[in-house]
Ligand binder design. Sequence first.
Ligand code: AMP
Length: 469
Amino acid sequence: MMSENLYDLLASRFPTDRSKPCFLLSGGTAISYGMLESGAAHVAARLVAEGVRPGDRVALQAEKSAEGIMIYLGALKAGAVFLPLNSAYTAAEVDYFLNDAEPKVFVTNPETWVREATGYPPQVTSVARDGADLACLIYTSGTTGRSKGAMLSHGSLAANALALHEAWGFTPQDVLLHALPVFHVHGLFVALHCALLSGCPMVWLPKFVDADVLAGLDRATVMMGVPTFYTRLLANPAFTREKADGVRLFISGSAPLLPSTFAEFEERTGQRILERYGMSEAVIITTNPLAGGRLPGSVGYPLPGVDLRIGGGEQTGVIEIRGPSVFTAYWRMPDKTAEEFTADGFFITGDVGRRDPDGRVWISGRAKDLIISGGYNVYPKEIELIFDELPGVIESAVIGVPHPDFGEGVVAVVMGKGDEAAMIAEARRELAAYKTPKRVVFLDDLPRNAMGKVQKNLLRERYADLFQA
Ligand code: AMP
């Protein structure tokens, strides 16, 4: 049987002319597809020489670099399991992952490591892998309990990459602006694989810096980002319609894109941001269409091959999915894995949402963020949408915290300024009393993780005593 090593699929789409650029670096230099291919072959050789066998883990914790990607691809080529770690993790955090995953090799200095690897004769042929074999281990950000390692196979990553490449119409003429971190599925799989499968170059930015992104937009045809990338661009007057003119597609995900951001972006550029929805356990699940309606607030339709349903028999409930890109299991957590799959093999995502009659998916937040106040279910999203429209509010996050009478009391945490009593009165005009926040608190900014997701767990901790005497 033909090998189903993901590396071979990606490399089969590299441009025939390997001198073509893959990474466009700042300062006008580039790293070609040939250099990437050769780097991966040397990395694979060094890994094998260091005793890495198929299925062994190779961990990387470092700032974003092209060499880091050579290590990723070389690990795949060697049949190893790649394990990227957030560069912001502390030594104590890293210890947990190393003990849990037991990598054979742990790289922290990719530039030196790859340079040294060129001393080994390149390994040209990839180790044969089956579609079901493990390719990567991605630890979830884990805001509650221990972080879990989602096991993603060569086949699942390949299926998702091919589906996205098709859905978003990538061609070799594209240039992808890549400013995302590569320790997370968004930057490592969604963005990188789309570019590699089309053999197109990437404007390769270590991180989001306004000036670099604005300069990059002059060359790019596609930009992928988290919502905060778009709010930062909009806050910069140098981001004009002309700046966006050469870009055929702006994609957003990893956190909800506010309808107000969508609208402001359209007003500024004449373009509608395409929002999609995904998670570490399944990479991308739904996307708005390339051609046709992109609606603010909706994450679009399930990708081809994805079965998506709402659990619990109500209109709004927890989203359950089954399909080729869904992960195999949580690493060394059989009980946790069993808990999160239904008897008929659907993964329980933990995201609450609904489907409209047209089949579009609308997400209203994480199940664990659901508030139960006085016995009633309160969906934060419904309240956030109202607060986000109030004058003085840039963004809101609605949480439930312990309340002596109601179990949980609804609190609106507002990024912005305003009058608490007036806001509560205003919200009450549109919301039933039990849904209306009993308190509004103001912050200059909401706490977010590296992907721009608001960390409601931190807000709940911070305001835990708000209703206590
Ligand atoms: P992670 O595994 O860190 O990528 O986080 C995945 C979670 O991010 C999902 O389960 C959703 O809660 C959230 N998420 C990702 N994309 C979107 C989106 N477009 N809208 C709303 N939530 C999203």
